[in-house]
Design a protein around this ligand. Structure first.
Ligand SMILES: NC(=O)C1=CN([C@@H]2O[C@H](COP(=O)(O)OP(=O)(O)OC[C@H]3O[C@@H](n4cnc5c(N)ncnc54)[C@H](OP(=O)(O)O)[C@@H]3O)[C@@H](O)[C@H]2O)C=CC1
Ligand SMILES: CCCCCCCCCCCCCCCC(=O)OCC(=O)COP(=O)(O)O
Length: 320
């Protein structure tokens, strides 16, 4: 320390005795906090009966893998029997460490058919007796101009993305309440918080989803049933390929936005953590979509002008 001036020595003393211990201490406490949170999440999911809709592809399939590896008893739902069988075979090939795995069940039904949904709920309860966590993930997107879109297309999107999950949730809630344990998850979208041009039916279905499950959360507090709404931005899945157009035909294009989205593995991990932490509302988006959500709430006039400009630009590109 010879040759150091008094003020330099004070700065060094402050760094070694106050700032560094505080920094390392904080990192250590944060690390411990995260570890405890992870252990709590794992304990919450282990041996829990988890129903996942839309498990045949994309985010649903990845959620199935994450929850299976955490020891959940899965009920995988979808329309495609072969796809579900392949997934079950893939899961059963995963080697177990210390966690006891459960062989998944599958239930096949079309979410856009409310009667089929009600029978499926009965089948689920018959198979596993109870449901601890319901993940309403299945969904379909849309591309089109409101003026040219058949009302049957609007209905089909609402049936699949809104009425189907609502019917399934209503059919399973009484058993959750009876068991005094339950958690309902809705996979919505950034488009459940803001509407963008040429997505009317999809965006409307996701806004309705947000509203319904926000209401459910409040009504279920007295029954101790948790409700989580997750609103992701673009994810690399088949969503745009499977989207429907104005006349109900398949869009069949892998959009650049979808291809450049987050990986479904990453989003499935976020879903897992959000469920384990009993989060209420989770926006999984980058800076621009997040700012757009705030802009819609705080300065709607600016947001509407931006959307009008976006519609004009997209229309021009289409007609070019
Ligand atoms: N990809 C993205 O950019 C984003 C996706 N999301 C949401 O994530 C969720 C999952 O979509 P994602 O994985 O991306 O897309 P995918 O198209 O890859 O998966 C959609 C799943 O929903 C199922 N499904 C569709 N229609 C029905 C129906 N009528 N009855 C039963 N199941 C049906 C599909 O089953 P089948 O194999 O039978 O067609 C499939 O398993 C959706 O709710 C979507 O809105 C939210 C934000 C962004
Ligand atoms: C203060 C600066 C604010 C800047 C705001 C600018 C407004 C920019 C608009 C951003 C729009 C983001 C849209 C994101 C949409 C999205 O992530 O959707 C997820 C999906 O569900 C995808 O479905 P799709 O079928 O549309 O591929």
């Amino acid at each position: 320390m010879k040759g150091l001036t008094g003020s330099k020595r004070t700065v060094m003393d402050l760094t070694s005795w106050v700032i560094l211990p505080f920094l390392f201490g904080s990192i250590g406490i944060y690390g411990l906090f995260r570890l405890l949170q992870r252990l709590r999440s794992s304990a919450y999911v282990q041996d829990a009966v988890v129903v996942i809709t839309g498990a045949t592809s994309g985010l649903g399939k990845e959620c199935a893998k994450v929850f299976y590896k955490a020891g959940a008893q899965l009920v995988l739902c979808g329309r495609n029997e072969e796809g579900l069988k392949d997934l079950i075979n893939e899961l059963c090939r995963i080697r177990s460490g210390s966690i006891q795995f459960h062989k998944p069940h599958m239930v096949i039904f079309d979410l856009s058919d409310v009667e089929a949904v009600t029978s499926a709920a009965e089948e689920i309860l018959h198979l596993v007796g109870k449901v601890d966590i319901l993940i309403n993930n299945a969904g379909i997107s849309y591309r089109g101009n409101i003026l040219n879109t058949k009302i049957s297309v609007d209905r089909m999107i609402m049936d699949t993305n809104y009425f189907g999950p609502v019917a399934l949730t209503k059919a399973l809630l009484p058993s959750m309440i009876k068991n005094k344990r339950g958690h309902v998850v809705a996979i919505s979208s950034v488009q459940g918080k803001i509407s963008i041009p040429f997505r009317s039916a999809y965006s409307a279905s996701k806004h309705a989803t947000q509203a319904f499950f926000d209401c459910l959360r409040a009504e279920m507090v007295s029954h101790d049933i948790a409700v989580t709404v997750i609103s992701p931005g673009y994810i690399q899945t088949n969503l745009s390929l499977n989207a429907v157009t104005e006349d109900g035909s398949k869009y069949g294009v892998m959009d650049k936005t979808t291809a450049e989205g987050r990986s479904s593995e990453e989003v499935a991990q976020i879903v897992f953590r959000a469920v384990g932490e009993r989060r209420k509302d989770v926006l999984v988006a980058g800076l621009v979509p997040t700012l757009a959500v705030y802009l819609r709430a705080l300065a709607p006039k600016i947001f509407f002008s931006l959307m009008a400009a976006r519609a004009k630009k997209e229309r021009k590109l289409k007609n070019a």
